[in-house]
Design a protein around this ligand. Structure first.
Ligand code: SAH
Ligand code: SF4
Ligand code: F3S
Length: 447
């Protein structure tokens, strides 16, 4: 085992795709004898799994890597490896800007990381390997690599990688490559394996899960996938992300009719203005979005969450107002709000962006208020109801409170019963009666 006795520290930014890739990296490094540490200071190897979807994540990485430069290493030398989406985008540039970086890898060659680290251990030269998706075709796929899951009871299962949508603001298609679906049978085999390991909640992952299978079978098979995994014996099934342009009636039916599929739909709408949606290359209208929500609500009771961008180039007060109206009208349990961030190389980066930053900031604050109000209203609907909670740990603020999620994916806190420990509950689903409803969480008692 060529990394025997070395300590590694893994720091992950960005979306669940990166979180899942990090589980594969942990699996590979541990298979070679390396051991995890929670502190970069004690680590012989530090791996950054990076995100460049917005500028903030980008600059943070450069700062964090720079700050390791003069940090003493436990055994004289510390290897620094950068992977994920910034690795894919910047390649050699990273080594030019941060000469103390030892390894750079991309999103398509996770399998190369151990070899690159070992080469770097034996050689002072930086090892850089960034491949396109087609160049990486002969490497083992990430899904075939060893894995160390962050939680025993929860698993992410990627059903596809990449994105073909090219929303005009978004860097993801450039750093994750083309949409590539995993074979249906392979996904089901992985699910069987996870069930045997005692996993109770699975989240199917893809940048646009609704188009799952299109590249492989000529037509989407996501509805079929939801039913197949949902009826496999798994207790809870979630999926992310759905794109409004591809959310079909068949998928809505499978979502509503499959008991294990949790009644929670993350459906980003980005903007409530048709003009802006068109400039974003989203390929749907605000009214189409409304009709989708209506169809889902007719089929089943579900909680909705979304992503929204404020300050896309050319957005007027009227465009912004349309976004606010849509939030109030739908009633979201959760909305992730982002200020538009110009990404070099995307079509939107070429657009004239003349709205003053203060105006965008003020709009953003207004939207946050509306989102909070909407979430608070949805939360009140849970008062006095009994819900089932999958416990994940204790509350960050209060160790005497158990914390988990209800089917709608809202956080629920419950006092830990006297004489019991966290281990009695973690990974288990229990009924809880809700007696307090706040904007972002519920509180209750075990029944
Ligand atoms: N494939 C998913 C997630 C993509 S990234 C989807 O389509 O929903 C997650 C969110 O980041 C997006 O939904 C979008 O709201 C936001 N985002 C992406 N690029 C951005 C940019 N350049 N500036 C601000 N927000 C962005
Ligand atoms: Fe980006 Fe659009 Fe693809 Fe989502 S669907 S990853 S926002 S290009
Ligand atoms: Fe970020 Fe890459 Fe995910 S850019 S959002 S980590 S696909």
């Amino acid at each position: 085992m060529q990394l025997n006795g070395l300590y590694y520290h893994l720091r992950t930014f960005g979306c669940q795709m990166n979180q899942h890739d990090s589980e594969r990296i942990a699996g590979m490094l541990e298979a070679l004898g390396a051991l995890p540490v929670s502190d970069a200071e004690q680590a012989d190897i530090v791996v950054f799994m990076t995100c460049c979807v917005r500028e903030a994540a980008d600059t943070r990485l450069y700062g964090q890597v720079a700050s390791l430069k003069n940090l003493p290493a436990p055994n004289g030398r510390r290897l620094i490896a950068i992977g994920g989406c910034i690795g894919q985008r910047d390649g050699e540039l990273l080594v030019e800007r941060l000469p103390h970086v030892d390894v750079v890898f991309g999103t398509h060659n996770l399998a190369s990381l151990p070899g690159l680290l070992i080469a770097a251990l034996n050689d002072a030269e930086a090892q850089v390997e960034v491949l396109s998706d087609s160049q990486a075709a002969t490497l083992p796929k990430a899904t075939s690599l060893p894995i160390r899951r962050q939680q025993a009871w929860q698993a992410w299962v990627p059903i596809m990688t990449g994105c073909d949508n090219f929303c005009s603001y978004c860097i993801v298609p450039y750093v994750r490559g083309r949409e590539t679906s995993r074979p249906f049978e392979e996904v089901l085999q992985e699910v069987e394996k996870l069930l045997a390991e005692g996993v109770v909640e699975i989240t199917l992952l893809g940048q646009n899960v609704n188009s799952y299978g299109r590249d492989l079978y000529g037509q989407p098979r996501f509805a079929e996938m939801l039913r197949a995994v949902g009826n496999s014996g798994i207790q809870r099934l979630r999926f992310t992300t759905s794109h409004p342009k591809d959310l079909s009636e068949q998928t809505i039916a499978a979502f509503a009719e499959t008991a294990a599929v949790m009644p929670q739909l993350h459906l980003p709408f980005q903007s409530g203005s048709d003009r802006i949606l068109q400039a974003m290359n989203r390929n749907y209208t605000a009214d189409h979005y409304r009709s989708l929500i209506k169809s889902v609500r007719q089929a089943t009771a579900a909680a909705f969450s979304t992503d929204i961008i404020v300050g896309f180039p050319g957005e007027t007060e009227a465009d912004f107002q349309a976004t606010c109206d849509l939030v109030s009208e739908i009633g979201f349990n959760q909305a992730f709000t982002f200020i538009y961030s110009r990404r070099e190389g995307t079509p939107a980066a070429e657009l004239v962006d003349d709205t003053p930053a203060e105006v965008i900031q003020e709009r953003f604050q207004r939207l946050v208020q509306i989102v909070q109000q909407s979430a608070w209203q949805q939360s009140q609907l849970e008062l006095d109801k009994t819900t089932s909670v999958l416990f994940e740990g204790t509350s960050k603020r209060d160790q005497s409170m158990l914390s988990g999620r209800n089917p709608q994916n809202t956080t629920v806190h419950v006092p830990l019963p006297v004489g019991r420990s966290l281990d009695d509950y973690i990974g288990r689903i229990e009924p809880v009666h809700i007696d307090l409803a706040r904007t972002w969480y519920l509180r209750g008692e075990l029944v």
